[in-house]
Design a binder for this molecule. Structure first.
Ligand code: FES
Length: 180
């Protein structure tokens, strides 16, 4: 409305200053200019409201997706201890992968009969390792990484040894514990 009023004032002013223009400007033209300005104003407001609404809808849709794809960094509580099944059932020169908190661990009985436990997460790119009785080594299938029975990285791309855990027996139950 304000713009429409300003538009008609402009036309009046031009007509007053210039007699030539006064002739050409007719009252009908003056009044026909007013509704077109009002329409333009209304359209601008409508466009602005539509833009605001569209932005809100896009935000409501994409914000949860973005949060899902990039969750906040919450530090994982590291497990301290876990049971790893029957000791008697684990034969010499064999291994068993067990859950250790949210990550895997591997318990190995060496060919000499000793029990050992390590993190089963490869230090290269986090694949889960397994025991290879033919090699008498802990082996990572992803890129042929190899660790000896002390958890040391001895072949392939792994850059570090596996984390070693303590092994204890509770009757026949193997209990593995993170070293402090
Ligand atoms: S992830 Fe284990 S060798 Fe690459």
């Amino acid at each position: 409305m304000t713009r429409a009023f300003r538009g008609s004032r402009e036309i009046f002013r031009t007509a007053r200053k210039n007699p030539q223009a006064r002739k050409s400007i007719r009252w009908g033209r003056l009044f026909s200019a007013m509704p077109s300005l009002e329409t333009r104003d209304r359209r601008n407001v409508l466009n602005w409201l539509l833009g605001l609404w569209g932005g809100g809808v896009l935000g409501a849709v994409f914000y949860p997706v973005a949060r899902y794809l990039s969750p906040p960094d919450i530090p994982e509580a590291a497990a301290v201890s876990a049971t790893a099944g029957s000791a008697r059932a684990l034969l010499p020169n064999s291994g068993r992968v067990v859950p250790f908190g949210s990550r895997p661990a591997i318990v190995v009985r060496t060919p000499a009969g000793e029990l050992r436990a390590f993190s089963a997460t490869c230090t290269h790119l986090d694949c889960t390792v397994q025991y290879r009785s033919d090699l008498q080594r802990i082996w990572c299938a992803c890129h042929n990484g190899q660790y000896d029975l002390n958890g040391r990285n001895i072949a392939g791309p792994p850059p570090r040894p596996l984390e070693t855990y303590d092994v204890n027996l509770k009757d026949d139950e193997i209990v593995i514990t993170r070293r402090s």
